[in-house]
Design a protein around this ligand. Structure first.
Ligand SMILES: Nc1ncnc2c1ncn2[C@@H]1O[C@H](COP(=O)(O)OP(=O)(O)OP(=O)(O)O)[C@@H](O)[C@H]1O
Ligand SMILES: [Mg+2]
Length: 258
């Protein structure tokens, strides 16, 4: 599939930006696909297409055999419940005036037929599931730390019981130690809930930590793909070798630079 955006006007012309150029990939269920590549290589565009926030301009995205339509029909709402996203900045993706409990029950109101009481109980359950407490239901986003806010965003994505969660630079704004605890939480939730992740990050240390498969992107194309071990131990392209060489890889378990 591909995705072209209208670029900015320049000298009376508007050039197209080919954000994704003929990308073909399969996300394996129950695994974590890491997406790496330099800034502007198309990672976030790919993430948005995978969860139907936007449509490709060429080709299609299929989820369990059915094409995503991006047209807001009832059927597509049901499909979109299966496809959730967690962004980099939890402060921007949460409404500062909304208690986090309501941010969670809102998602349930859209996607389920639960009663108000059931929605509240489910929200409290998911707050605990992500390492927060049921009392946090009544707090506002500013009453949390960055790491805790990201836990709220994870709870909000998971509460509708999705199959696939795209994490777009989900830990990039966090300290290394907080990153490690969020990655651990994501791994635990994946195991317990049978989730599939697409994990987008410019940080190869993070990708090495969480991904089972990796695609390397450059200028809207996939230039290399494989299991995480192969990519890091035996990169096939100079581009991947350079990405690896440029990254000061911190192992979140040892917290030592290597
Ligand atoms: N809505 C848009 N309108 C116009 N151009 C866009 C739009 N979104 C992305 N682009 C362009 O598409 C290309 C890919 O962008 P994308 O955000 O997917 O890259 P990325 O790999 O996520 O980069 P980063 O690591 O900086 O987040 C870039 O050239 C970008 O400027
Ligand atoms: Mg991006």
């Amino acid at each position: 599939m591909g995705k072209t955006y209208k670029g900015p006007w320049s000298k009376g012309r508007r050039r197209n930006v080919m954000a994704l150029d003929d990308v073909s990939l399969q996300v394996r269920e129950g695994r974590t696909l890491g997406v790496v590549g330099e800034s502007g290589s198309g990672k976030s565009t790919l993430g948005r297409l995978l969860i139907d926030l936007e449509s490709p301009t060429r080709g299609a995205v299929r989820f369990r055999g059915r094409e995503l339509s991006h047209r807001g029909r009832e059927e597509s709402l049901a499909m979109r419940k299966q496809l959730q996203i967690v962004f980099q900045d939890p402060y921007e993706s949460l409404n500062p005036r909304m208690k986090v409990g309501h941010a969670l029950t809102e998602a349930l109101a859209i996607h389920t037929k639960m009663t108000k009481g059931e929605r509240r109980a489910t929200a409290e359950e998911y707050l605990e599931r992500v390492g927060l407490s049921a009392d946090d239901f009544w707090k506002f986003p500013h009453q949390f730390s960055g790491g805790q806010r990201q836990r709220v965003c994870i709870a909000r994505a998971l509460i509708v019981e999705p199959a696939l969660v795209v994490c777009d630079e989900a830990v990039s704004a966090l300290d290394v130690s907080v990153q490690a605890s969020i990655l651990e939480l994501l791994r635990e939730l994946q195991r317990d809930l049978g989730l599939t992740y697409v994990f987008i990050s410019h940080d190869l240390g993070v990708i090495k930590n969480i991904a089972s498969d990796v695609v390397v992107m450059k200028s809207g194309q996939i230039v290399e793909r494989g299991e995480v071990g192969e990519i890091f131990e035996d990169p096939k392209t100079d581009y991947t070798r350079e990405l690896i060489a440029a990254a000061p890889i911190v192992d979140p378990h040892s917290k030592r630079f290597r």
